[in-house]
Design a protein around this ligand. Structure first.
Ligand SMILES: Nc1nc2c(ncn2[C@@H]2O[C@H](COP(=O)(O)OP(=O)(O)OP(=O)(O)O)[C@@H](O)[C@H]2O)c(=O)[nH]1
Length: 311
């Protein structure tokens, strides 16, 4: 479904990265600084992975896709006995990991816990990033770089690089990008250039809604249901909520009544079920605005078919 970019020039690199670190160490800020725009999420599903995509760094020589590590933003999970399996599998599936440790706090048990976990992920290179350097004097940054190097040695993680940066201040953000990209395999762009919203994901979301609507309906109705996702975007000022606006089309008013159900009960159920699945797909909370419309005999109308995505 995704059109691959044409950039297959020799030496072009592409792949996936994730950031890991204690809560509040500046992972999201750094990700957004790297991507260059405030993309809370653009979520697509490359190959079979179920990771939500946080953003894509497009460069002439490389494409770096930053994926989310679900759960790690939540202190309870992070400081718990173990990382959940989803996070573990993310760590093994990406090409490079950025391990964030803030410059303004001493290396502590939380960092050591993560470092030990990273030591188990043998195949994936880890770039250690000392974040928030703008908050401390240079001497302190230097001390923290040493402390992080020692942390790596003690835990048995061989850091590929250790780099100081400030996502907020824009200090060495490009260098962080360079160091991550250096660890990616050679390959063509995975997403079209400039593409941060992605239609394929919208198609998948539409499918989830259709699936929920089909549950329990019989006869010819399933073929009469089509879903179009009109818009999907992060809620302004929030990076943990995505608004999804969708229309569910049926062919006749009688079908509309069936889908809506008594006092709207069925449509509400469809919405709830679809939302749960979309949230699992995107790895974030979702507000779903689902409306139903009659598109008379759309299956026989070429114009309607095109509009509903059946080219
Ligand atoms: N001074 C300064 N503050 C920063 C920097 N990066 C992040 N912050 C601040 O630190 C706080 C946490 O930043 P986030 O980017 O949300 O950190 P996070 O690691 O993604 O946090 P969780 O999602 O909770 O794990 C916010 O108040 C940011 O504004 C930085 O480079 N310098």
């Amino acid at each position: 479904m995704t059109t691959l970019g044409e950039t297959t020039a020799a030496g072009h690199r592409s792949g996936f990265a994730c950031f890991i670190g204690r809560p509040n160490v500046g992972k999201s800020t750094l990700m957004n600084a790297l991507v260059g725009t405030k993309v809370a999420i653009t979520s697509s599903r490359p190959q079979t992975t179920r990771r939500a995509i946080r953003g894509i760094v497009h460069r002439p020589d490389a494409q770096l896709v930053v994926v989310d590590t679900p759960g790690l933003h939540k202190p309870r999970t992070l400081l718990g006995e173990r990382l959940d399996s989803l996070v573990r599998s993310t760590l093994t599936e990406v090409d490079v990991i950025g391990f964030c440790v803030p410059a303004d706090q001493a290396v502590g048990p939380g960092d050591r816990f993560i470092a030990r976990e990273l030591a188990n992920v043998k195949k994936t290179p880890v770039v250690a990033i000392v974040t928030k350097t703008d908050l401390v004097p240079p001497r302190r940054v230097a001390e923290q770089l040493t402390a992080v190097a020692e942390l790596g040695e003690a835990a048995g993680v061989g850091f590929a690089d250790i780099v100081p940066c400030s996502g907020q201040g824009g200090f060495q953000v490009d260098l962080v990008g360079d160091l991550l990209i250096r660890r990616l395999p050679e390959g063509p762009a995975l997403y079209p250039e400039g593409d941060l919203t992605d239609e394929p994901e919208q198609v998948l979301v539409g499918e989830l809604i259709r699936e929920a609507a089909l549950e329990g309906v019989r006869d010819e109705l399933p073929h009469s249901i089509a879903v179009v996702v009109d818009e999907m975007a992060p809620r302004e000022g929030r990076d943990d909520l995505i608004d999804v606006y969708a229309h569910l089309f049926v062919e006749r008013p009688s079908q509309k009544a069936i889908v809506i159900g008594t006092k709207g009960a069925r449509l509400r159920e469809v919405g709830t079920q679809a939302r749960t699945h979309i949230e699992a797909l995107l790895g974030t909370k979702v507000y779903l605005d689902l409306r139903i419309k009659v598109a008379k005999d759309w299956q026989r109308d070429p114009k309607q078919l095109r509009r509903l995505g059946f080219d």
